[in-house]
Design a binder for this molecule. Structure first.
Ligand SMILES: Cc1cc2nc3c(=O)[nH]c(=O)nc-3n(C[C@H](O)[C@H](O)[C@H](O)COP(=O)(O)O)c2cc1C
Length: 339
């Protein structure tokens, strides 16, 4: 067993529950859907799956379905955390109670999304400008649920070394069981490298588990993040889109064969169609392709052909055509193609 897999395949207790491994899927809007999560789970090695972010006003109601296409499978609930966003403590608390009643592993509060539409409503990363409000949300949700409560956040709106550690302490004080920390300031949409020193500072400031996140693209990046920051686990975003089997690979559960790229693309599209129907499936596959194409030299041709496809058969034909040419796979995806 490699040093990395040994480090990742260790249980971690989060509040009242324990996960078997420390490599987790970060929340990914419009990507981390049921079909994608099913694929990640099928490969194995993923300790926890965070859902796409979900508005707290429409957060899980009923069994397995919800407005706006937020779907889940009963089989994934013991590993699935539902991420919610809003600016109102009571709305967040009520949503968290529904999440818990539906049987999710836990609830995650989004204090990191810097998209203007969310921030204008005082949600996501905007809450880092109003620490008392953010703290009030954590406290209200804590009262509403017994199970694991996560907070995902960023450095803040300025790169102040003390601010992120201070926020982390507030969240812990208000009852959070674990943090996922992405060390970038809020207006920075991944144009500059993530500052991992801040992860070390957040980790040192609290006694609850901290998942480090940001710019982990290879197994050696992952090991280096664990070593240099002392974080308890690692949350993967873009590399998990490009290579959904990355959890299995780095935890030693799978030694991927070269046809995994071809099979993965077809299987994901099939599952998207099955769960969401052709229109949404095409839109979601299109988004996935932007990251997946970064695996190949001349991968932009893959992305372009998926963009051009007008119906599901044309999507499948485009995938087949691309792989017939035996594309050259890059050892590290071309991250300049990641948006
Ligand atoms: C397509 C996409 C969608 C994302 N959606 C969310 C989201 O819904 N909630 C959230 O907290 N972060 C979201 N993020 C941020 C990621 O969870 C993660 O923090 C970021 O991508 C940095 O990690 P990485 O370098 O491993 O990609 C998203 C990122 C991407 C690329």
């Amino acid at each position: 067993m490699s040093d990395l897999s040994h480090r990742l395949n260790r249980p971690l207790t989060i509040g009242t529950r324990t996960i078997p491994g420390r490599l987790v899927l970060a929340p990914l809007s419009k990507i981390g859907n049921l079909a994608f999560r099913r694929m990640v789970s099928g490969y194995g090695g993923c300790g926890l799956l965070f859902s796409e972010m979900c508005g707290a006003r429409s957060a899980p109601q009923g069994k397995g379905t919800n407005a706006r296409g937020f779907l889940w499978r009963p089989a994934e609930l013991d590993r699935l955390v539902c991420q919610i966003f809003d600016s109102d403590p009571e709305i967040m608390a009520a949503a968290a109670a529904r999440v818990e009643a539906a049987g999710f592993f836990g609830v995650d509060l989004n204090f990191g999304c810097a998209v203007a539409a969310l921030c204008r409503r005082g949600c996501g990363a905007a809450l880092l400008k109003t620490p008392k409000q953010a703290e009030a949300i954590v406290a209200a949700v804590r009262k509403a649920v017994d199970g694991p409560l996560f907070v995902k956040f960023r450095t803040g709106w300025q790169d102040n070394p003390k601010a992120a550690a201070g926020m982390a302490r507030r969240f812990e004080g208000a009852g959070a069981d674990a943090l996922t920390f992405h060390p970038r300031v809020a207006p920075d949409r991944r144009s500059r490298p993530a500052n991992w020193d801040r992860i070390g500072q957040v980790k040192a400031a609290v006694s609850i588990p901290v998942f480090g996140n940001g710019d982990v693209f290879t197994s050696s990046d992952c090991l280096r993040m664990l070593d240099t920051t002392d974080c308890d686990g690692v949350a993967l975003g873009r590399i998990a889109i490009a290579r959904p089997w990355v959890f299995a690979e780095w935890t030693g559960a799978l030694d991927p064969e070269s046809d995994i790229f071809h099979n993965c693309a077809l299987a994901l599209f099939e599952q998207l169609n099955r769960w969401y129907g052709p229109q949404i499936a095409m839109r979601r596959f299109h988004r996935f392709s932007a990251y997946f194409s970064a695996n190949f030299r001349f991968g932009h041709t893959f992305f372009r052909s998926i963009c051009k496809a007008r119906d599901p058969d044309a999507v499948v034909a485009a995938v087949e055509r691309f792989f017939e040419q035996e594309p050259e796979v890059l050892s590290r995806p071309n991250i300049t193609l990641f948006r």
